[in-house]
Design a protein around this ligand. Structure first.
Ligand SMILES: [Zn+2]
Length: 347
């Protein structure tokens, strides 16, 4: 099985520096040279069209990306998942696909159907279920080690096309509008739940999306907040496997900012539904949009050109409202989180 590992004379140095963003880009460049289908996918990605819709204080883009049809329309019910060969298991990777090891447990692969200009999948080496509770802590060192990228997580019932195989994704920073739009969203629409020297937790409802942000310089604090949040949210959510969410982790290195601004920013989008009613409509009224972390980050992926042509601002609003947690439940989550954080964390 060793021949699946990527070999290059510059790789070890990048890995010893924990520069996984550049190690992955080296992998991408080499894979494009030797894997014709991948070369095709990335060059067709470069010509993909986008449109931008202006909302009050933020933008949502739509991207026409035909390469994503398989993923957007993936059957993720238990039976379909059981009968297909898992595409993230080492034994089933594409013949040309190479991997970089990430620590003991994970692999880094090039995503053969890119949404980001540089897009990687980070599966666990074993076939274990997609579940965040035990693995949230992994997102923090990952986002630090991928300093040019954000790390994303899609819940098993929230857009992950392999709900049976634990994986994260990495993709170019500042591709999603929320990467640099976060602070103005927070100022405009946020309710601060806790704010002390080492931690800010905010609940944000911009009329489309409902999410919790955690900003901190300390991994252990982020984990503690996530645990408190998870325990309560799993009681509010009706999903049986895991409460529905998408997560974006962003690490700001110290050298890029004033000394006060560096650290982690974790955005947790709260969901009510996997796919909107638009997805199941018949004929002309159908819009094939299956929202996951990147859509919540402000880039909606539309595999069909006709949907890209016809989608309106109103459709986008409706779709996000439908798949996001209800207003009342969000208020309930925020109130509990505020109470628990105040009780559990001393400023
Ligand atoms: Zn698998």
């Amino acid at each position: 099985m060793d021949n699946i590992f990527f070999n290059h004379n510059k790789l070890n140095e990048l890995i010893s520096l924990k520069d996984y963003s550049n190690a992955s880009r080296l992998l991408l460049r080499e894979q494009i040279k030797s894997w014709p289908e991948l070369e095709k996918a990335y060059s067709s990605y470069k010509t993909s069209q986008t449109k931008t819709f202006q909302f009050d204080g933020f933008v949502i883009k739509v991207q026409n990306n035909p390469g994503r049809i398989t993923s957007s329309s993936a059957k993720v019910d238990e039976k379909s998942i059981k009968t297909r060969a898992c595409f993230l298991c080492m034994a089933n990777l594409y013949q040309k696909q190479k991997a970089i090891k990430y620590e003991e447990d994970f692999l880094i692969l090039v995503n053969p159907f890119p949404i980001f200009p540089e897009h990687f999948t980070i599966p666990h080496k074993d076939h274990i279920p997609q579940a965040i509770k035990e693995w949230f802590g992994k997102m923090l060192p990952l986002s630090k080690d991928f300093s040019r990228d954000v790390i994303i997580y899609n819940g098993p019932a929230c857009g992950a096309s392999a709900p049976d195989h634990l994986h994260f994704q990495a993709g170019s920073k500042f591709f999603m509008p929320i990467d640099d739009g976060f602070h103005s969203l927070k100022n405009e629409y946020g309710e601060i739940l806790i704010d002390n020297d080492s931690l800010i937790v905010t609940g944000i409802d911009d009329g489309l999306r409902k999410f919790i942000s955690i900003e901190t310089k300390e991994i252990s604090l982020a984990e503690k907040v996530f645990d408190i949040f998870y325990n309560f949210y799993s009681r509010v959510s009706n999903e049986k496997t895991e409460p529905m969410m998408n997560i974006i982790a962003f690490y700001e290195p110290r050298e890029n900012q004033g000394s006060e601004e560096y650290g982690w920013r974790i955005l947790i989008f709260l969901r009510e539904k996997h796919r909107p009613s638009h997805y199941f409509r018949e004929g002309e009224n159908r819009i094939l949009l299956s929202p996951a972390a990147v859509d919540f980050g402000g880039v909606c992926i539309l595999p069909l050109e006709k949907d890209f042509e016809k989608i309106t601002k109103e459709d986008i609003t409706e779709i996000f409202r439908e798949v996001s947690l209800g207003k009342e439940q969000f208020e309930y989550v925020k109130a509990d989180l505020k109470k628990s954080l105040t009780a559990n964390l001393h400023s």
